[in-house]
Design a binder for this molecule. Structure first.
Ligand code: FCB
Length: 463
């Protein structure tokens, strides 16, 4: 069994600004869409928001010590858009840039490779006057942000992620209204997703003009879609869903244009008019600008055919996985083989594009126990099983450059608030005390040796 990773493989962890920083009013930061959304009654489970979170804006030195102490060679973080362009356009806030410059320099001093994300969902609220991502002007606003950050950090950051999870922005932010800015409008969500991709293209150009050696990519949330049965209708449902979730973003980013089958589904659901949103020349502005693909992987979807209806714009639905499969505490199936197969598929369908696992992780609610430690054996098993899947994909030819676990720290999990714990490090929110979990120690050993242990710790079959 392959358990050795290539030399230079990046071992890291990931976070994002709004989820960890707190200090929302510090150093001239503007308001982001998440403050406005989190203030809506019932929008966030438990009523939490990002006002304190992990206090990482103030305690960034602690975070750098933690990352370096675990021996990680890479750290993915995001730059808060509203700290850099508080009004959404125009004035650049130098104090925000100063902060990220100090942070990046400290990572580099400790030998940690920064992987910088620009938009991890915290658009300045001022841009909502024009409709946020629904309006095409968002592309220019995002490009101003990208240029400002690249002007300051382009000489020292090598890995850039323009956008985090365009599909999730479109789906949860603009189609279902479950994330900021809380809009429910299918046509608006198609426009939002398209403008996020155009932002990738324009942002990537702006970064490259300022950072010649930069590697620029977009991080996609990819969910393999399997049919619930061998019936042709279910297989068509799985393929359709794959178009909706995965190919609608992969194909244009990696130069193939929007997939015709999903174009047809959107045309039918919207009653036409897609070409008003996706204009001539747009796909050329999106494709051919990715030095790598960021893969965020959590689980798979099992799909069945279903009639369309008022709340179902497309002829499919998610039906599983059902039954006694291994699940995280959030109920998501633990499916490492699907990660392996996904990476092999991406290597086959989009040859020559290096990949980075930019997120992968699971919710396990373990907290400090009798000895003050966090014995999260299920997370350790999850981690090892997914790393083994990555190793198998590399063995099969996939060009995977690194693995960034979600997350370094327990943090603000968007609409789910502080309940789900994704961290390698436990955060006691009231006191701010951090405890490296057993999984964090296990990951440190893997990162130090570049090798996986033969087997993970025993897990209960359905735990
Ligand atoms: C991803 C997000 C990330 C985190 C994980 C659990 O969709 O990019 O911020 O919430 O899910």
């Amino acid at each position: 069994m392959t358990t050795t990773f290539p030399a230079g493989f990046l071992w890291g962890a990931a976070t994002s600004a709004y989820q960890i920083e707190g200090s929302l009013g510090a150093d001239g930061r503007g308001r982001s869409v998440w403050e406005t959304f989190a203030a809506r009654p019932g929008a966030v489970e438990g009523g939490g928001d990002g006002s304190r979170a992990c206090d990482s804006y103030r305690r960034w030195r602690r975070d750098v010590d933690l990352i370096a102490g675990l021996g990680l060679s890479a750290y993915r973080f995001s730059v808060s858009w509203a700290r850099i362009v508080p009004d959404g356009r125009g004035r650049i806030e130098a104090r925000g840039l100063d902060h990220y410059e100090r942070f990046v320099d400290a990572l580099l001093d400790r030998g940690v490779t920064p992987v910088l994300t620009l938009n991890h969902w915290d658009m300045p609220d001022a841009l909502m006057t024009d409709g946020g991502w629904v309006d095409r002007s968002s592309v220019d606003a995002f490009t101003e942000f990208a240029a400002a950050v690249a002007d300051r950090l382009g000489d020292r950051v090598g890995w850039w992620i323009t956008q985090n999870e365009p599909w999730i922005i479109a789906l949860l932010g603009y189609q279902l209204g479950l994330h900021a800015p809380g809009i429910r409008d299918l046509r608006g969500s198609v426009a939002a997703g398209h403008h996020v991709l155009l932002g990738h293209g324009a942002g990537a150009d702006a970064i490259r003009e300022r950072a010649s050696g930069a590697r620029v990519g977009c991080a996609l949330s990819l969910f393999p879609c399997d049919p619930a049965s061998g019936e042709p209708a279910d297989r068509a449902a799985a393929w359709g869903s794959d178009g909706y979730v995965n190919r609608w973003y992969l194909d244009p980013l990696l130069g193939a244009g929007y997939p015709a089958d999903m174009w047809g589904h959107y045309e039918r659901a919207l009653g036409g008019g897609l070409e008003d949103i996706i204009r001539p020349g747009d796909v050329e502005r999106i494709g051919g600008r990715s030095d790598f693909l960021g893969v965020n992987y959590y689980t798979r979807r099992v799909m069945a055919a279903a009639p369309t209806g008022p709340d179902r714009p497309f002829p499919w639905r998610v039906v599983g996985p059902s039954g006694d499969v291994r699940r995280t505490d959030e109920g998501w199936e633990v499916a490492p083989d699907s990660l392996r197969d996904l990476l092999i598929r991406l290597h086959r369908d989009y040859p020559g594009v290096p990949m980075m696992i930019t997120e992968n992780g699971g919710v396990y609610g373990d907290t400090p126990t009798h000895d003050g430690l966090v014995h999260d054996g299920r997370r350790t098993a999850f981690l090892i099983d997914h790393l083994r899947a990555v190793a198998e994909a590399i063995e099969a030819g996939a060009d995977v450059r690194g693995y960034l676990h979600w997350s370094l720290l327990d943090n603000f999990e968007w609409a789910l608030g502080y309940r789900p714990r994704f961290g390698l490090v436990h955060v006691d929110y009231p006191s701010g005390r951090l405890t490296v979990k057993d999984s964090g120690h296990a990951y440190a050993r893997i990162a130090a040796t570049g090798r996986l242990p033969e087997a993970g710790p025993p897990v209960t079959p359905f735990g």
